[in-house]
Design a protein around this ligand. Structure first.
Ligand SMILES: Cc1cc2nc3c(=O)[nH]c(=O)nc-3n(C[C@H](O)[C@H](O)[C@H](O)COP(=O)(O)O)c2cc1C
Length: 343
């Protein structure tokens, strides 16, 4: 099985749900939420992909970086490359129920582990979804990161406790899910959190806590003040608020403000190893990949997810070689050119 076969199988299975476009850029599926698209006009999703396309790479081949080392240390776990699976669940809402959440989540987790990295797992209106994620991670010896919705503080702490028992390296909160009215309708209230509330939640666990869904310098600084160990610069793949900028556009200013004080990750529109290189050059340590992994899970299960992740790693290796980077530390802003207005 190769990536083309995986994607072609996914296209058949996802008929009427996702077109599996040659470039997954949010245009054909704009507003298809629930589903695979971005919210409203779809601009948040579209901006993620189009902003990444505005970053150019400086090709350089007169150097000694022939065999790039992609290894990344994620809170004490050695990963083969700095790319993780983004948390995705809710197959009933988003994938027309073509597979169960158990199958979908296990394909993501098992495929990521097989590729030498980790996946994050999500949370939803049906409390069983979070449990499915924890079960999948338990079967893999805790290799993965549970991401909890911004529920009432006590509810978050309860779920962090369950995650501790599974032995995961870190846990997170997708704080940009604060406006998900479907959660409230299902009797699982969510909402914004103050720094004091986050401090309290984070203070109750020994696990590093990652705040996913940071799009401003102000929130990044607040995440540091709250004691978070990491942030994901993310707009939830354009699914939380319409007309958010591309995540890569806001990364340089966020990195200028907090890099070195907190781990910075990024997601949104990452489609290839070249995109990974761009994100690392502009201040991220590692990235998450969403929809391409979902498509690969539908088309080829865990094997499909591994094939997709391996392809991204291979592209990253080549891109590092052709920009003169022999390890992740050497990836600097010098390898890219960006529109002046971003800096
Ligand atoms: C079908 C689907 C389900 C998702 N479920 C979750 C979730 O449960 N928790 C979460 O933090 N993010 C969720 N996300 C957002 C992703 O984790 C990620 O931020 C986003 O998809 C990244 O953009 P990309 O898909 O363009 O790579 C979901 C995204 C999709 C497409």
């Amino acid at each position: 099985m190769d990536l083309q076969e995986v994607r072609s199988k996914a296209r058949d299975r996802l008929r009427g749900i996702c077109r599996v476009c040659p470039v997954c850029d949010g245009r054909a599926c704009a507003g298809e939420l629930p589903g695979m698209g971005g919210k409203g006009t779809g601009a948040g999703f579209i901006n993620n992909v189009s902003a990444l396309a505005q970053v150019r790479l400086n090709l350089s081949t007169i150097h000694g970086a022939g065999e790039p080392d992609l290894a990344y240390d994620f809170f004490g776990r050695k990963l083969a490359f700095p790319v993780l699976g983004a948390p995705m669940c809710g197959t009933g809402r988003n994938l027309g129920g073509i597979m169960t959440d158990r199958e979908f989540i296990r394909a993501q987790v098992d495929g990521a582990v097989a590729a030498g990295t980790l996946a994050m797992v999500g949370d939803g209106g049906d409390p069983a979804l979070y449990q499915e994620g924890l079960d999948a991670l338990r079967l893999q010896g805790g290799r993965g990161v549970p991401i909890i919705k911004p529920r009432e503080p006590e509810e978050i702490s309860k779920r962090i406790k369950w995650a501790e028992e599974v032995g995961v390296p870190a846990v997170g909160i997708d704080i940009d899910g604060a406006g998900f009215s479907y959660m409230n309708r299902m009797g699982e209230p969510v909402g914004p959190k103050t720094v004091a509330q986050l401090q309290e939640i984070i203070g109750r666990t020994r696990l590093p806590v990652i705040l996913k869904g940071i799009m401003t310098v102000k929130d990044a600084v607040a995440a540091v003040a709250a004691g978070a160990a990491g942030i994901v610069v993310s707009n939830h793949g354009g699914r939380a608020l319409d007309h958010t900028p591309g995540t890569i556009e806001v990364l340089p200013e966020i990195a200028a403000a907090v890099k070195g004080r907190i781990r910075i990750f990024l997601d949104g529109g990452i489609r290839s190893g070249v995109d990974v290189l761009k994100a690392l050059a502009l201040g991220a340590e590692a990235v998450l990949v969403g929809r391409p992994i979902a498509i690969a899970a539908v088309g080829g299960g865990a094997a499909g997810v591994k094939i997709q992740l391996d392809q991204i790693a291979e592209d990253l290796r080549t891109a590092m070689m052709l920009t003169g980077c022999s390890n992740l530390e050497q990836i600097s802003p010098a390898v890219v050119r960006v529109p002046r207005s971003w800096l």
